[in-house]
Design a protein around this ligand. Structure first.
Ligand code: SF4
Length: 439
């Protein structure tokens, strides 16, 4: 079957880029099952691009990958596909998992996939192409005349079953390898933490309800195979970035990892949890070819970090992690957010002070976006902080919250100013003056 995957995307370049491993993995699974997947990434409702793609591919089915930042755009895409091209549509991805009924209510959508979709979508398409009843496909909720059919979530793939090489050919070369020559890899799937700002929390609960193991690490042979494929396919490849929240830092894994990478080294960056990073792990990462770490600090406020977002991360643990990275010769990027629930001028100042203490090589500041299905979103909803501003505002740098302690204008200003002030500590008095003005 010819399957068109549509991926709504941010309207401007985004730090993570547009490549989605979930989409590439589904592409690989669809090819394995004999289907012909193709991909259209849409940053807006470009009707002509959609028309040309449909004329070129002649899909028999449309699959939309939906993250919660793009619900309004997905709604318009689904309506257009259904009303103009009469194609059946299913939707998967994080938003379908946390808001299945809302997603299923979009015009033209006949089914949504909850959780990982690699197994569920090919099974559904197979049943559909055979003309048999697909309404019992695990992982799917369907809209039927007699109501909503809610099938249980499909079992996630075990590490050995995971596809070794996701189908990146769905994307253009510059969507896979960025201008710095960097491609992103995913060393694992799932998570066992319960951060209040993350949709993985709810997904983990769905799997745990069925006693399924959600956090998995890909076999190193898979990673090595994927890197070899990337090298031969993309001559512009210069370095790697290991994505996901926490690169595994246990000693045995790091040793095995260093050996596996020694044969064909490429410099890489990885995201690690500050609480897990000690001097030994940092040195092992450096030995394996790592030259940069991304460390999530989130906020300088202990209350926000731990009481609201459940990070279980003390300021001392953060300071130790940055010192360990520096001691091993690793560059550091501190990841923080502003406009968090209970944010005030005081908590922003705490974030700024912590950053000054950490002296990261880079600071990435984002305006907080409350993702549906998360505990923090519920908190914002219960407190009446959801402003009604949506995704489009967020992508212009606007907070979508109306917080009692900090207005959206101040949040935007701090998001821009903080990284500059970390690099130029002499500018702190000016920031202090601005804080005073906005308080
Ligand atoms: S933010 Fe990261 S560590 Fe926390 S639950 Fe999500 S994936 Fe896990």
């Amino acid at each position: 079957m010819k399957v068109l995957i549509i991926q709504p995307a941010p309207p401007k370049p985004w730090p993570e880029g547009v490549y989605a491993d979930e989409v590439a993995r589904l592409g690989a699974r669809l090819r394995e099952a004999g289907h012909e997947p193709s991909l259209l990434v849409l940053a807006d409702l470009d009707e002509e691009t959609l028309r040309l793609k449909i004329a070129d591919v002649r899909p028999e089915h449309v699959v939309i990958f939906l993250e919660s930042y793009h619900v309004a755009l997905a709604r318009r895409i689904a309506e257009l596909v259904a009303n103009r091209y009469y194609l059946p549509i299913i939707i998967g991805g994080p938003h379908a998992t946390v808001a299945p009924l809302e997603t299923l209510s979009l015009i033209g959508v006949e089914g949504v996939v909850l959780g990982e979709w690699d197994r569920a979508v090919p099974r559904y398409l197979e049943a559909r192409s055979r003309g048999s009843d697909y309404s019992a496909t695990e992982g799917f909720w369907f809209k039927t005349e007699s109501g909503t059919v809610r099938n249980p979530i499909a079992a996630p793939e075990s590490p050995d079953e995971m596809v070794a090489v996701p189908d990146r050919r769905l994307y253009s070369a510059d969507q896979v390898v960025d201008a710095a020559g960097r491609a992103t890899l995913h060393p694992g799937r799932g998570c066992r933490s319960y951060c209040a700002h993350c949709q993985m929390d709810l997904a983990a609960g769905l799997y745990e309800e069925r006693q399924m193991i959600f956090e998995r690490r890909r076999p190193l042979a898979h990673l090595v195979q994927e890197i070899a494929w990337l090298r031969t396919t993309y001559p512009a490849l210069r370095r790697l970035r290991f994505s996901g929240c926490g690169f595994p830092l246990d000693e045995a894994y790091l040793k095995e990892f260093a050996v596996a990478f020694a044969a064909a080294p490429l410099p890489f960056s990885a995201r690690v949890k500050p609480a897990d990073l000690d001097a030994r792990a940092a040195a092992q990462l450096r030995q394996a070819g790592c030259d940069e770490l991304e460390l999530e600090v989130l906020s300088g406020s202990n209350f926000i970090r731990n009481e609201i977002f459940n990070l279980d991360l003390s300021e001392e643990a953060i300071v130790r992690a940055f010192a360990a990275a520096r001691g091993a010769g690793l560059r550091t990027t501190a990841l923080v957010q502003v406009g968090l629930p209970y944010e005030t001028v005081v908590t922003v100042e705490q974030t700024a002070n912590l950053l000054r203490r950490l002296v990261p090589d880079q600071t990435e500041v984002r305006v907080y976006y409350p993702l549906p299905g998360t505990k923090a979103y519920e908190l914002c909803r219960e407190n009446g902080w959801l402003s009604g501003r949506g995704e489009a505002d967020y992508f212009t740098g606007q907070s979508t919250l109306d917080l009692p302690g900090l207005d959206a204008g101040a949040i935007r200003r701090y998001a821009t100013l903080i990284p500059r002030m970390v690099q130029r500590p002499k500018g702190w008095p000016l920031l202090g003056w601005l804080w005073g003005r906005s308080s």
